[in-house]
Write a protein that binds this ligand. Structure first.
Ligand code: C2E
Ligand code: CA
Ligand code: CA
Length: 731
C-alpha cells in the first residue's frame, strides 16, 4: 500500500509546512522506504499503547495516527494522513504549542513534554500530556513521534477538586461558626477566625498543639474520651458540650461536633470540629428553668415546683407510712400594707416573711410562695398530730416580732389552714382545696392562728359556693330589694333622710338579712351587681321625695358601698349617670364607706373622694370608731357625715368609759364641723344622752327600722316625725 489513497502531500493543506514563523524548517526530507514495511512498523508502535500516537514528517504533516488518535479526533487514518497536525490543535493555545513542536522538530534527537489542548475537526476539546520526540534522524522512523496521554478527565477532576477546595477553604475560613482541624493525635492543624475569636488565642498559639491548655481543666478528660471513642470505632461523629478557658480567663460553654475524615480504607485522616458557643444560651435556659420553678420576688420554690413536690409526697407517704401535712399560710391584711405603704414595702415584707419562714423550715420540708400573700409548707414523715401543731405554731410564731424597713415598723401576722393525710387517703384527697377551706375557717373565726381541716368544713364551703350561685339567681329573679331606714334630726326627730339597706326575699326562707349574704357577695364580683342595684333603687326613690317645707332640702338617701365597688373605676361614672337618669341633685345622695375602705390605697381613694365631691355627692364614714380612726386621715377625707357605730351608742349607758368615748367622738366631729349621726339608737335614754352631747342626727329602732319603699314614701309625704317607736313596720 502506498501513502494513503492518492492524496498529495500538500493537497489537504494548502499552507506550506511552515510549522512556526520563527522555527527553522526541518532539515530532512522524507526518506523513501518500503511503504508496507514502514506502516506495519508504525502500526506496531501505535497499537502497543493506550496513548495517542501521531507521527508527522519534518513539516508537521501527519504520516500516521494510531487507532486511539483516530478515535480521539474522529477521523480515519486515510482522512488524517497528509493533513497538517496543527489542524488538531486548539486555536486558543495554537501559538504556544506550535512553538513547542517547532522547537522539537528543529533539533533531531530531542524530546520534550508539554500539556496540549487539542480540538478535533468536530470541535471536541481534549487535554493531552504530550511527549514529542524528534526521530527524523532515526532511519527506521524518520519522523516526529507525538505521544499523547489523554488527561482530559483527570484534568477536569483536578479542576473540580481545586474549585471544591477553594469553596471549602472559604466555607472554613469565612465560617461564622468556630471550626478547626486536628490530626489523629488531636493536634490542631488549622483553625478559622471564628475559632480564634472564641477562645481568644491566635492561630500561631493554637496550631500544632492540642486543646488542653485552653480547655477547662475538668473537661480535659471529656475531650480525651471522645477522641478515644472515635479512634476506637465506638462512635463516628460525636457531639458533646465542654468548657473552654479563654485566654482572658473567662470560662465558656461550647457545643462541639467532632467528625473524622477517612480515606478509602476507612482510616481516620484527621478530625473536623465544628463548635458553637452556648454560654449565653445556657445561662438563659438556666434562668428560664429557675424562673419556671422559683418565685422571682422571694426566691422560694413556686407553685409549679410545689405541685411537683406534693405529687411525690403522696407517693412517699404510702411507702414510708406516718403522715404528711400541708400548711397554707395567708398573711393577714397584707393588702392594707401594700395599699398604705406601697408595693415596694409590700415586696420587701414578702421577702422578709419568706426569710422568717425559711429560718424555721426543717431540712426535709418544702416551703413555697403560692402566689400573692400565700405560702405553702409541706412537712413529710410526721408521727403525731402534735408534730403538726408544733410546726404550725413555729411558722406563725416566726412572724411575731415586727418587721422594720428604714424608719417604719410593720406588724404582719398570718393565718393558716392545715391538712393532714396518710397512706389511706393519699390518692384521692384534694390537698389544696382542703387547706383552703381550713384557711377560710381560720380567717373568719380564728385570725392569726391555724385551723386543721375537717370534712365538715367542706360542707360549709360548698354551702358558701351554693349560696353564691343562689344569689346570682336571686339577682336575676329580682329577689333583692332595698329597704329604707329613716334618719332623723335631733332633737326634733324629723326625718331628714334614709339609709338604703338591702334585703333578700328568699322564696323559701323569707327575708334574709344582709349580714348573711353581703360578706359572701364581697368575695365575688356579685357585690358589684348588688351595689349597682342598691344605688339605682336609692336614687330612684329619692327622686320622688320632696321637702316637707319648701325652704327645707328634700330628704337625702344613703347608699352603702363595699370596698370592691368603691375602688372600681366605674363608680364615679355610674353615680353620675344614675343621678342624671333620675334627675336627682347630687347633694341628695350620700355614699357610705368605712374608714378601712377609705384608707386602703389611700391616694387612689382620695382621688375618688375628690371626684365625688366635685359632683356634689356627700360621703359618710360608716361604723366610725371600730376601725383605724386616725385623725390625720379623717381630716383629709373630710366626710359630710360621721356615723358613730352603734356599739358606742349602746354601751355608753352601761359603762363610764364608753360614755366618755362617745362624748369624745361627738365632740371631735363637732369641732371638725362634721355632722355626727348616731347609729343603733334603741332607747330614749340613748336618745337623751345624744341630744345632750349635741349629736345632730340619729337612726335606730327607737325611731324606725328599715322599711319598704312604699312606707318610706308615706313617711316623707306625711312629714313623718317620731320618737314614739314604729318597730312594727318593715319586714
Ligand atoms: P350598716 O351599714 O352598719 O347598717 C346598719 C345596720 O344596723 C343595718 O343592719 C340596720 O338594720 C341595723 N340597725 C338599724 N337600727 C338599729 C338598732 O337600733 N339596733 C340594732 N342593733 N341594729 C340597727 P342590716 O340591714 O342587717 O345591714 C347590715 C350591714 O349590711 C350594713 O351595716 C351594711 O354594712 C351591709 N349592707 C346593707 N345593705 C347594703 C348594701 O346595699 N350594700 C352594701 N355594700 N352593704 C350593705
Ligand atoms: Ca351603713
Ligand atoms: Ca353602720
Amino acid at each position: 500500500m502506498s501513502k494513503p489513497v492518492g492524496e498529495d502531500e500538500t493537497s489537504l493543506d494548502a499552507a506550506p509546512p511552515d510549522v512556526t514563523s520563527g522555527a527553522t524548517p526541518a532539515s530532512t526530507s522524507p526518506v523513501e522506504i518500503e511503504d508496507a514495511q514502514y506502516y506495519s512498523m508504525l502500526e506496531a508502535i501505535g497499537q502497543s499503547t493506550e496513548d495517542v500516537i501521531v507521527i508527522t514528517d519534518g513539516q508537521g504533516q501527519v504520516v500516521y495516527g494510531n487507532p486511539n488518535a483516530q478515535k480521539l479526533f474522529g477521523v480515519t487514518l486515510e482522512e488524517a494522513v497528509g493533513t497538517q497536525a496543527r489542524l488538531y490543535l486548539h486555536p486558543d493555545d495554537l501559538e504556544r504549542n506550535l512553538l513547542f513542536f517547532a522547537e522539537v522538530i528543529s533539533t533531531p534527537g530531542t524530546s520534550a513534554r508539554q500539556d496540549v489542548r487539542t480540538m478535533s475537526p468536530h470541535g471536541e476539546v481534549r487535554h493531552l500530556e504530550v511527549v514529542c520526540t524528534n526521530l527524523l534522524d532515526d532511519p527506521s522512523i524518520h519522523g516526529i513521534i507525538i505521544n499523547g496521554k489523554d488527561v482530559t478527565e483527570r484534568n477536569e477532576y483536578v479542576r473540580r477538586l481545586q474549585a471544591l477546595e477553594e469553596r471549602f477553604r472559604l466555607a472554613f475560613e469565612e465560617n461564622m461558626a468556630p471550626m478547626s482541624f486536628a490530626d489523629v493525635d488531636d493536634h490542631i492543624l488549622a483553625v478559622n477566625d471564628a475559632f480564634c475569636e472564641m477562645v481568644g488565642f491566635s492561630r500561631e498559639e493554637l496550631i500544632g498543639r492540642d486543646s488542653t491548655p485552653f480547655t477547662y481543666p475538668d473537661d480535659v478528660g471529656l475531650t480525651e474520651s471522645t477522641h478515644q471513642r472515635v479512634m476506637s470505632g465506638l462512635a463516628d461523629r460525636v457531639r458533646y458540650v465542654k468548657r473552654y478557658l479563654r485566654k482572658d480567663g473567662h470560662v465558656i460553654d461550647v457545643e462541639v461536633s467532632r467528625s473524622p475524615a477517612r480515606d478509602a480504607e476507612g482510616h481516620i485522616l484527621y478530625f473536623v470540629f465544628s463548635e458553637r458557643d452556648i454560654t449565653e444560651e445556657k445561662k438563659l435556659t438556666a434562668q428560664l428553668s429557675h424562673q419556671a420553678l422559683y418565685d422571682s420576688i422571694t426566691g422560694l420554690a413556686n407553685r409549679t415546683l410545689m405541685e411537683n413536690q406534693l405529687a411525690k409526697s403522696r407517693a412517699s407517704v404510702k411507702r414510708r407510712g406516718g403522715f404528711n401535712a400541708l400548711f397554707l399560710l395567708d398573711l393577714d391584711d397584707f393588702k392594707g400594707v401594700n395599699d398604705t405603704q406601697g408595693h415596694l414595702i409590700g415586696d420587701e415584707l414578702l421577702i422578709a416573711v419568706a426569710r422568717r419562714f425559711e429560718a424555721v423550715t426543717r431540712p426535709a420540708d418544702t416551703l413555697c410562695r403560692f402566689g400573692g400573700d400565700e405560702f405553702l409548707y409541706l412537712a413529710e414523715g410526721l408521727t403525731s398530730i402534735d408534730d403538726v401543731k408544733g410546726i404550725a405554731r413555729r411558722l406563725l410564731a416566726a412572724l411575731e416580732d415586727p418587721f422594720h424597713f428604714l424608719d417604719i415598723s410593720v406588724e404582719q401576722r398570718a393565718s393558716a389552714g392545715v391538712v393532714v393525710w396518710g397512706a389511706a387517703d393519699s390518692e384521692q384527697i384534694d390537698l389544696l382545696q382542703n387547706a383552703d377551706v381550713a384557711l377560710y375557717e381560720a380567717k373568719r373565726y380564728h385570725r392569726g392562728t391555724f385551723v386543721l381541716y375537717e370534712p365538715s368544713m367542706h360542707e360549709e364551703a360548698s354551702n358558701r359556693f351554693l349560696m353564691i350561685q343562689e344569689l346570682r339567681n336571686a339577682l336575676a329573679r329580682d329577689e333583692l330589694e332595698l329597704h329604707y331606714q329613716p334618719i332623723v334630726h335631733l332633737p326634733d326627730t324629723t326625718v331628714v333622710g334614709f339609709e338604703g339597706l338591702i334585703r333578700w326575699h328568699h322564696p323559701e326562707r323569707g327575708w334574709i338579712a344582709p349580714g348573711e349574704f353581703i360578706p359572701l357577695a364581697e368575695s365575688s364580683d356579685i357585690i358589684l351587681d348588688i351595689g349597682a342595684l342598691a344605688l339605682r333603687s336609692a336614687v330612684a326613690a329619692a327622686s320622688r321625695w320632696t321637702p316637707s317645707r319648701p325652704q327645707d332640702p328634700a330628704p337625702f338617701v344613703c347608699v352603702n358601698l363595699s370596698a370592691k365597688q368603691f375602688h372600681s373605676a366605674n363608680l364615679v361614672p355610674m353615680v353620675e349617670s344614675v343621678l342624671r337618669r333620675y334627675d336627682v341633685p347630687a347633694t341628695q345622695l350620700i355614699l357610705e364607706i368605712t374608714e378601712g375602705v377609705a384608707i386602703s390605697n389611700f391616694s387612689e381613694s382620695m382621688n375618688t373622694i375628690r371626684r365625688l365631691e366635685l359632683l356634689g355627692v356627700g360621703l359618710a364614714l360608716d361604723d366610725f370608731g371600730t376601725g383605724f380612726s386616725s385623725l390625720s386621715y379623717l381630716a383629709k377625707i373630710n366626710p359630710r357625715i360621721i356615723k358613730v357605730d352603734k356599739s358606742f351608742v349602746q354601751l355608753a349607758s352601761s359603762s363610764q368609759r364608753d360614755a366618755t368615748l362617745l362624748e369624745a367622738i361627738v365632740t371631735l366631729g363637732k369641732n371638725l364641723n362634721i355632722t355626727m349621726l348616731a347609729e343603733g339608737v334603741e332607747t330614749s335614754e340613748q336618745f337623751s344622752r345624744l341630744t345632750a352631747l349635741g349629736c345632730s342626727m340619729a337612726q335606730g329602732y327607737l325611731f324606725a327600722p328599715a322599711v319598704k319603699l312604699e312606707l318610706a314614701n308615706a313617711m316623707v309625704d306625711a312629714n313623718f316625725t317620731s320618737h314614739l317607736g314604729t318597730a312594727d313596720v318593715g319586714p
